[in-house]
Design a protein. Structure first.
Length: 446
């Protein structure tokens, strides 16, 4: 028995030491890799935010310049001047972020050149407007040069944003990998401890007196080890879930940015192509064929855009609040669609997610009215009650049969899912020839 027990003791101790050393090594490696991945994720997030801010400044500058050109009101020059002043700073920030990456720096250089050309075009138009050169600035305004530059800027910014998203995904994958290595290390340590304990139990068969005391000690150690394993496993599972949610949120954020920007551009382009095709179909068959191909391409882009759309908080929600955001939405949609929209909005107290739910509900309802209702008037109302709020969008369009709506009607299905996820209830009331009413009730405790 003694000859049998001594080799077991000689094996168990080195095995435990080796397992501990491996675990320490894995933990240290995991820590350094996780730190590096977290830094990459943070850098990618900064890059994405800087790109979004740059695009917003370009839009502000274009809006201000066009407002001044069309109205001659000098008040439009203030947002234009502020935006152009910030663009240079935004470019410097992005340039510093892209210096370590050759490919991204090249893409950034292309975008910078388009931005410079767009700024030059806007500056020329504004100066000619100030100098009273009507024919010149009107000619510049009617050309597609500015539009081409803005489209090129958006394309390049999308590429850079996609690159930052890939970096974030790589960082998240690296963190997940390190978590898996940590789990393996913990499992290895537990296995080594159990194996050493088993070997030690074999030895206690020959050493009854001392074996009892050693058995109690090892039992306590095993319980402590199992407790630590359970706690560590629970922590890792919670962290993995959190990282997955963060990843999905980031993807959703990018998709919603594409919905606001790319969706409007594709829809406008599709309408322009349709008009051109109707005019050129009988005169230029070759041009009509190319326009048909372009329409097919735009339809593919719109379909892709719709597949990746998710919730996104508009910037006006966080800066101006829900009521002001809905007023802006109604005014802009009225100008864009020709609908007569009236609003009856009360100030409400809602959390950020509930505000976004209400905003998206109204936005999707107006979009459906413009697409399908053939209406001339719409009404938006928001009312505040003790424990809940109600929002309603009505139109005087042609209406539809609610029971005929199939599962492929993603607009209504998406609105219903969003409201129910927020703890509310959505009601759709419509009769053919009598318009449509979409109403929702949401609790204030969201």
């Amino acid at each position: 028995m003694k000859k049998f027990s001594i080799p077991k003791m000689a094996i168990s101790l080195p095995l435990a030491v080796l397992a501990a050393a491996i675990l320490i090594f894995i933990n240290e490696a995991s820590f350094h890799e996780s730190t590096a991945a977290a830094a990459n994720i943070e850098e990618a997030q900064q890059t994405r935010e800087a790109i979004n801010q740059l695009l917003q400044r370009m839009l502000d500058a274009e809006t201000g310049s066009r407002g001044y050109l069309l109205t001659g009101d000098p008040r439009y020059l203030e947002p234009y001047n502020n935006a152009t002043a910030d663009i240079s700073q935004n470019l410097d920030v992005l340039r510093q972020l892209f210096i370590p990456y050759r490919n991204e720096l090249a893409e950034f250089g292309v975008m910078s050149r388009h931005i410079s050309r767009k700024l030059a075009e806007m500056d020329l138009s504004v100066r000619m407007r100030k100098e009273g050169n009507e024919d010149a600035w009107k000619f510049v305004l009617t050309t597609d040069v500015g539009k081409e530059h803005m489209e090129a800027i958006r394309v390049q910014s999308s590429k850079l944003a996609a690159s930052s998203i890939r970096k974030m995904e790589l960082g998240q994958a690296q963190i997940k990998k390190t978590l898996q290595l940590s789990r393996i290390g913990v499992a290895t340590m537990a296995l080594a401890g159990l194996l050493a304990f088993y070997m030690y139990l074999l030895q206690t068969k020959a050493l009854l007196a001392s074996g009892r005391r050693e058995q109690e000690s090892l039992q306590r150690e095993r319980d402590l080890l199992e407790k630590q394993v359970r706690e560590r496993t629970a922590t890792l599972a919670e962290l993995a879930t959190h990282l997955q949610n963060v990843r999905e949120d980031e993807r959703g954020h990018l998709a919603r940015e594409l919905h606001d920007e790319l969706g409007a551009l594709l829809t406008a382009a599709k309408l322009d192509v349709a008009r051109l095709r109707s005019r050129l179909a009988g005169n230029l068959p070759e041009a009509a064929e190319r326009l048909e191909h372009l329409t097919s391409t735009l339809n593919s882009g719109i379909a892709l855009k719709r597949r990746i759309v998710e919730d996104l908080r508009p910037s006006s929600l966080s800066h101006l609040g829900l009521v002001a955001s809905l007023e802006i939405l109604a005014r802009e949609f009225e100008e864009r669609s020709g609908l007569s929209i009236t609003t009856d909005l009360e100030s409400v107290e809602l959390g950020g997610s509930a505000q976004l739910t209400v905003y998206r509900l109204v936005q999707e309802s107006l979009t459906n009215i413009a697409k399908y209702a053939a209406a001339s008037q719409a009404e938006i109302s928001l009312h505040n009650f003790d424990r809940y709020i109600s929002v309603e969008v009505k139109d005087n369009g042609k209406g539809f049969r609610v029971d005929s709506v199939g599962p492929t009607s993603h607009g209504l299905a998406g609105m219903r899912h969003r409201v129910e996820a927020a703890g509310g209830r959505l009601t759709v009331t419509s009769t053919e020839g009598s318009g449509t009413r979409i109403s929702a009730v949401l609790p204030k405790t969201i």
